[in-house]
Ligand binder design. Structure first.
Ligand code: LLP
Length: 421
């Protein structure tokens, strides 16, 4: 459920009419709803009531400080994958004790900063990384609290670019070698083993791959304990999907139940790393129609937003619903149109054969839905298009939480070598 609804025929974010925001900040812009963020966080966190669990929001989905702070105030921790994300989380008020550093390759400087900040756990993904972390920790006179991220060789049955738990994926340590590498880690003086981690992929719409992976994880924990290696924290990753196009992903409650059934008996602290589920449907990308072009084969609705703002459709063939901000009337004729951006690539297409009002015209606003996760964070300045602003709504208030970048700011990042002066 989200809080983007038509009120008197006009799309609103909570109590604010989208056209009012468009007038204030210009288009395109991302718009997030506080009530939706809070609701998604609560529904997810409530699914683990009674378990010793921490929800560490995966910042990569949307790392605006205002979004992080909204969640941190509800008790969320953070899952970060770079020192940049770690600084964002700390500055937004996430306590180090609820911070997990994941990712397939951490630089020395990142390890140092994480150890300095005394975060809860660093998830290690290979033997060379483990050895490096051991060296860095010893050099600093510290012990690094770690989990090994295990690749369980389970097919998450999601888009190939966001599946992470198969043998051919670059992530984690093969589960078949886990015990041997834990034994190695247990001998390292700069390493303190605290947990075991897993993340099998993103946008999963079925519980069975999770069930298979967590069952494998539970087996490993029992084997490790039999060897005298105590595992206190299970990091189960994120990955629970959302509805983009009428999918019916399992509800957080069902996911929570499956977690209880597979790993509940181990008596471990559980860390969860949801990203998309919290923010995906809490955000839209608002754009203005620039032109309507009737081609021989198609009608094209050309927006002022483009693939640089939201890369998901072209990168993953992802479906994002596109709706008119002015609600079509019951008797209004609907046409099937291709909704495209102005960037010079055929891939700059948000959707093909989409139903929009036949009378849609330049100046009208549309909302590209489900753009809260992996939207603004993946945007670029391709075609020297400035980054779009982000707006956070709370009831009848709104705030610009990232202003529009100016084109001059963007160009000013370049430097001309002396020899050209
Ligand atoms: N934890 C780890 C270690 C991850 O790698 C990820 C996502 C998450 C948690 C959060 O997963 P979520 O709950 O959001 O599914 N850009 C892609 C998604 C990439 C996900 C990468 N890892 C997209 O737009 O679909």
């Amino acid at each position: 459920m989200n809080h983007f609804d038509y009120i008197d025929g006009v799309l609103h974010a909570e109590g604010i009419a989208i056209p009012k925001l468009a007038d204030k900040v210009g288009t395109p812009f991302f718009c997030y709803s506080t009530a939706t963020l809070e609701r998604h966080y609560r529904v997810y966190a409530d699914a683990f009531t009674g378990l010793d669990a921490t929800v560490c929001y995966a910042l990569k989905a949307n790392s605006n400080q205002a979004v992080i702070k909204t969640l941190a105030r509800l008790g969320a921790g953070a899952d970060v994958v770079s020192v940049g994300e770690m600084r964002r989380a700390l500055r937004a008020g996430v306590p180090p004790s609820k911070l997990i550093f994941s990712g397939v390759g951490k630089a020395d400087a990142e390890m140092r900063e994480a150890l300095e900040a005394d975060i809860a756990q660093i998830n290690v993904e290979s033997v060379p990384e483990l050895e490096e972390l051991n060296r860095v920790a010893l050099d600093m006179g510290k012990k690094a609290r770690i989990a090994l991220r295990i690749n369980p060789h389970v097919d998450a049955k999601t888009h190939e670019k966001i599946a992470t738990g198969k043998a051919e994926n670059k992530f984690g340590i093969d589960w078949t070698r886990a015990i041997e590498i834990y034994r190695q880690a247990a001998k390292m003086d700069g390493i303190e083993i605290t947990g075991i981690a897993m993340h099998i992929g993103s946008q999963l719409t079925d519980l069975s791959p999770f069930r298979e992976a967590f069952t494998r994880l539970a087996g490993l924990v029992e084997q490790l304990r039999a060897e005298g290696i105590d595992i206190r924290n299970l990091d189960l990753g994120g990955g629970l999907g959302i509805a983009y196009q009428g999918e019916t992903p399992p509800l957080p409650d069902a996911y929570g139940q499956m977690v209880r059934e597979t790993v509940g008996h181990l008596g471990c602290h559980i860390t969860l790393e949801p990203g998309r589920l919290i923010v995906g449907n809490a955000g839209i990308l608002v754009s203005r129609v620039m032109y309507v072009k009737d081609g021989e084969a198609k009608r094209f609705v050309i927006l002022d937003a483009a693939m640089n703002d939201l890369i998901r459709p072209t990168l993953y063939n992802a479906y994002h619903e596109i709706i008119a901000v002015d609600q079509p009337g019951k008797d209004d004729k609907i046409a099937l149109v291709d909704v495209v951006g102005p960037v010079c690539e055929t891939g700059d297409t948000f959707g093909k054969d989409r139903p929009l009002p036949d009378a849609i015209k330049p100046g009208d606003l549309v909302a590209i839905c489900s753009a809260g996760a992996y939207g603004a964070v993946m945007s670029s300045t391709y075609n020297t298009r400035a980054l779009a602003p982000e707006v956070l709504v709370r009831e009848d208030q709104f705030a610009v939480i990232r202003p529009r970048q100016s084109i001059d700011e963007l160009i000013a990042l370049d430097r001309i070598p002396d020899w050209m002066e």
